[in-house]
Design a protein around this ligand. Structure first.
Ligand SMILES: [Zn+2]
Length: 282
């Protein structure tokens, strides 16, 4: 993106989110520097430090506006109830439209209000570079859905993969690495990505920048079109931490050359190091 264009979007976004101009200016300076990978100066060091401490609040982080906090909270709670109702597996593939319809029909979830869908729309169409996330957009419309007929359920995982390259890659990994490798996250549709991203922000007081350092904002996840995550059997949730790099599965994957990473160490995309993420989509 051209710097001018970026500034324009960023400033427009800042108005929408009610961020103090001086905080925004700082973000813009940072981002402009970050977009020049050759320039390994103090700003880059500062940026890398932030990425190492991705789960801590940082200066200039973008947060949910105070006036919108209640809507944000009610969306998080409704998405949680929706996941509970349809089940984890089905929720992975759920589209926005279908999710809205199901919520309306079942009182245990309850209808998304206009303000709530408006909030979700705003989150979806906000340029995530505003948060400090510089990954690519993978879904362009809020209503884009998973191609359900091209999807295969992977037994015992509650996860799905697309037929073709993703499934082939996973089967090859399983053949070469052995029984110890687990599919920890496959296809994720828009509702799942919303829940993951907003949940993370919710656990950190509405900090959207912090959330975006480890979870792509909805519309920016490559899990929507083929990438997936793997882990070591028995490691549980620690598969999504640095501990994964100490496992046999990680070492095998690395030796076999599968870890041409989407988000390598010291990437300049505003995303933490994710060694468990298998890049399938070019
Ligand atoms: Zn991933």
């Amino acid at each position: 993106m051209k710097r001018r264009e970026f500034l324009k979007i960023a400033v427009m976004g800042a108005i929408g989110w009610g961020i103090a101009p001086e905080v925004m200016a700082q973000n813009i300076m940072m981002s402009a520097r970050v977009s020049l990978p050759g320039e390994f100066d103090d700003n880059i060091k500062d940026y890398l430090h932030k990425m190492e401490h991705f789960d801590e609040p940082q200066t200039g982080d973008v947060r949910i506006d105070v006036g919108e906090y209640r809507v944000f909270e009610s969306v998080v709670m409704r998405l949680r109830r929706l996941q509970q109702l349809v089940g984890h597996g089905n929720f992975q593939k759920l589209s926005f439209d279908r999710g809205i319809r199901i919520a309306r029909r079942y009182s245990e979830v309850g209808e998304f209000s206009r303000v709530e869908t408006g909030f979700m729309e705003k989150i979806f169409y906000t340029d995530a570079s505003l948060y400090g996330f510089f990954g690519q957009k993978t879904m362009h419309n809020l209503t884009d859905s998973v191609r359900v007929k091209d999807v295969v359920r992977i037994p015992y995982t509650g996860n799905y993969l697309y037929r073709g390259a993703p499934l082939k890659t996973f089967e090859e990994i399983r053949r070469q690495v052995g029984e110890d490798v687990r599919l920890t996250s496959g296809i994720r549709g828009i509702m799942k990505q919303f829940l993951l991203f907003l949940n993370k922000a919710y656990r950190h007081g509405g900090n959207l920048s912090l959330a975006s350092r480890s979870i792509a904002p909805p519309g920016y996840s490559f899990h929507a079109n083929g990438d997936f995550d793997v882990g070591q059997a028995g490691l549980g949730a620690d598969n999504f931490t640095g501990r994964f790099t100490t496992t046999k599965v990680y070492k095998r994957l690395n030796d076999l050359g599968y870890l041409t990473l989407r988000y390598p160490q010291k990437n300049l995309l505003g995303v933490r190091f994710e060694p468990w993420h298998i890049k399938v989509v070019a």
